[in-house]
Write a protein that binds this ligand. Structure first.
Ligand code: AMP
Length: 416
């Protein structure tokens, strides 16, 4: 494995996997270019080092060639950000001539990799009533043609850079399989390096006390994260919708709050394990409840284990927030994943806003703070705190899997 800072790009063609899966409006205009801007340091480094660029990405979830998901929509914006005109290859498997013509300092963007089933290595167009045998056979076929697909992409370049953290948890052609063609010339881009360092800062080298704040809607989607963190953290704050499963499991009344009855045993097990390992768990003690899931609902503040029927918990109450703030301010490492209320509705966003503020304050005091995973990232960004924490991850699913302790295929392929 190479290091992007020391690698000599002079006269080399670099194929770079980025995550340009940006949101587009109905006129195919980019509504948030964060992911494009996040890849720029890596792309610019190659050009400044005397190399040329072959940029590859997916966009959306097309199941066939579909102009709606063409990366052509973003070509002009990528050119603008990069500061050089970026050429476009209409077919990622037929770019040989354009690649051959690339000169140092030039860049070529390949059409959406997922126009080919081979990128994901999953069969498409299977009949709904396909038997297991048929599914297996179709998978074998696509896995076989995937080898050629990947080989073609690899044939374009002298070196491979993976800077797509957002898809690092997928073992796809361009995110993992391609790396083997570049045993001496593969490396992480700057965005990947930043994400890996952030993960290591919390999972491997955390300064203590280490506090994780886990919120969001469901215990089921965070169970593996909670279990992995129990071995690492000193304090675990559990908020948001998922907290009510824990409160109900302990015998509390949660009214109509979101919960998962089938996961109550798991919740109790987590609490028991935490006790065994000396991890302090801080559930919500006070809740803002509403009589409807809407902005004009009636609200009141009650103890989290005394929520009347007909009402549901929608945000953390002031007593919970004060208690959590105390824990946060006394921590040296803080990881936050998942909002502590229904932050999409302003009236129920106060708790999540307070957590964002607490994290900003703790960062200023010298703590290391990482915000990772879809909705908490949206929350800090919406609330204007993205620059006031130590690191905001760009990868939702990838970050979650990293926090579960999994080895991400996109990272392992470069290291291996
Ligand atoms: P997740 O994707 O699991 O991180 O969950 C994020 C979602 O959890 C957001 O859409 C929030 O609105 C939702 N959420 C947080 N707290 C609650 C709550 N008390 N009741 C219902 N949904 C919630």
């Amino acid at each position: 494995m190479q290091n992007i800072d020391t690698y000599d790009f002079t006269g080399k063609k670099a194929i770079v996997r980025v995550d340009f899966n940006v949101p587009l409006n109905e006129n195919f205009e980019i509504t948030d270019d964060t992911r494009i801007r996040a890849a720029m340091p890596t792309l610019k480094k190659v050009l400044a080092g005397g190399g040329s660029l072959i940029i590859m990405s997916h966009l959306g979830r097309p199941k066939k060639v579909d102009p709606k998901f063409s990366l052509k929509h973003i070509q002009a914006h990528v050119s603008e950000c990069l500061g050089v005109p970026v050429k476009f290859a209409d077919d990622c498997q037929k770019a040989q001539e354009q690649v051959a013509a690339l000169k140092p300092g030039e860049a070529l963007l390949l059409e959406n990799l997922r126009f080919y089933a081979e990128e994901e290595g999953k069969p498409r167009g299977l009949a709904e009533d396909a038997t297991d045998e048929e599914k297996k056979a179709a998978k074998a076929v696509v896995k076989e043609s995937q080898k050629e697909f990947v080989k073609t992409l690899a044939s374009y370049a002298d070196c491979y850079i993976n800077d797509a953290f957002g898809t690092a948890h997928r073992a796809h052609g361009s995110t993992a399989l391609i790396a083997k063609y570049f045993p001496e010339d593969k490396m992480f881009g700057y965005l990947m390096e930043g994400e890996i360092k952030a993960i290591d800062n919390v999972l491997k080298n955390a300064q203590r006390p280490f506090t994780a704040i886990i919120g969001g809607s469901k215990v089921s989607s965070k169970l593996a994260v909670l279990e992995n963190l129990l071995d690492k953290v000193d304090n675990l704050i559990i908020g948001g919708g998922m907290g009510y499963t824990f409160i109900k499991a302990q015998g509390g009344r949660i009214g109509d709050s979101l919960h998962e009855d089938d996961l109550m045993p798991n919740a109790l097990e987590i609490l028991a394990k935490a006790k065994e390992k000396g991890v302090n768990v801080y559930l919500s003690v006070q809740t803002l409840i509403a009589d409807a899931f809407s902005a004009d609902a009636n609200t009141q503040i009650v103890p989290s284990n005394e929520i009347p029927d007909g009402w549901e918990g929608v945000d953390a109450g002031p007593k919970s927030l004060a208690r959590w703030k105390d824990v946060i301010m006394n921590s040296k490492t803080i990881l936050w994943n998942g909002p502590v209320g229904v932050f999409e509705i302003d009236k129920f966003a106060q708790g999540t806003l307070e957590i964002a503020k607490d994290l900003a304050e703790a960062t200023e005091k010298g703590a290391y703070t990482l915000v990772g995973g879809g909705d908490s990232v949206a929350a800090v960004t919406k609330m204007g705190f993205a620059k006031k924490v130590s690191y905001v991850s760009t990868g939702g699913g990838a970050m979650l899997e990293a926090l579960e302790g999994k080895d991400l295929p996109g990272i392992a392929a470069i290291r291996g």
